[in-house]
Write a protein that binds this ligand. Sequence first.
Ligand code: KG4
Ligand code: ZN
Length: 350
Amino acid sequence: MKILGIESSCDETAAAVVEDGRKVLSTVVASQVKVHHPYGGVVPELASRAHIEKITGVVKQALEAAGIDKTALDAVAATQGPGLVGALLVGFSFSKAFAYGLGLPFAGINHLEGHIHSVFLTEDPPPFPFVALLASGGHTSIYEVQSCSRMTLLGQTLDDAAGEAYDKVSKMLGLGYPGGKVIDRMAAAGDPDRIAFPRSYLDRDRFDFSFSGIKTAVKRYIEDHPESRTNQVNDIAAGFQEAVVDVLVEKLMRAAADRRCRHVAMVGGVAANRRLRERLGAEADRLGLRLHIPPVSLCGDNAAMIAAAAYHRVQAGQRESLGAEVYCRGKVPAAPWPCWDARRLGCQEA
Ligand code: KG4
Ligand code: ZN
């Protein structure tokens, strides 16, 4: 079964064709970094316009790269939420029209569910159940994944997401947007022990996070040491990153022990971080756990994960009505799928 996936929840316009929920036939991501860079962050209105400009070309490219005609597709899926409403609307409306025109089933996918499904696009997907850390620009959460459609939220950030902290620290250091990749690079040349930033482990028995304290600590450090923005950038980046990585690794490992899972996974844009991948790998080895992380190309927003998540729904005969609407963070889809509660994936009732 070949599914065309479309993702437009934030600042990437993406399309992909995935076969049987596992085999990526193509994945195309058009980044809007250049559009938002001058503003130091994503400007929602500019994101929507850029999606409109790019979407047709990106879908064409995805079909061409997969070597198929649109008539060979079996279903179409798009991110329904959460995300920027205007941005979501572009991909979601396009997908509904595309599916309707071709007479194909259509599936609306939760973005977070999509990220978790990126781990099934690896050579060595984890068996159920497993514990997954989802760390992106908008979310930092830990789930126990019991099946393709059953995921239980164990904990999440109470304030900033890990990726958001990376982006804000990057801005403070004058390194621009998006910040994760550049901090990752600067930190590799810095000393992680030279400046100690706070680790917020919160309640030891819970799996919630808080990243606002470390962000404020970095801000204070820069204010107290104005020269540090020129001569200590690498060390600040390394010290900040080490503190974030310590907390993420510790909480994920604790969750795995609590749920007695031998398999752990990490997904989302922050999962591309080299130090985090290295530290998590070492800790998993030490504890005898198997770690599953998608390739870097599938950590950030992409449409292959959306098509992968759709496979199980479409196969089970679940269809989204063409009257369905996107949701930013508020509303969940009108008819929650059996065995799957969108609210557990981070959405709340409006
Ligand atoms: O999953 P994603 O592409 O979009 C959201 O759903 O938010 O994640 C984007 C986030 C951004 O905050 C970005 O700075 C962060 O992932 N990120 C990284 C790295 N690459 C991207 N953070 C740390 N290290 C990286 N190498
Ligand atoms: Zn994402």
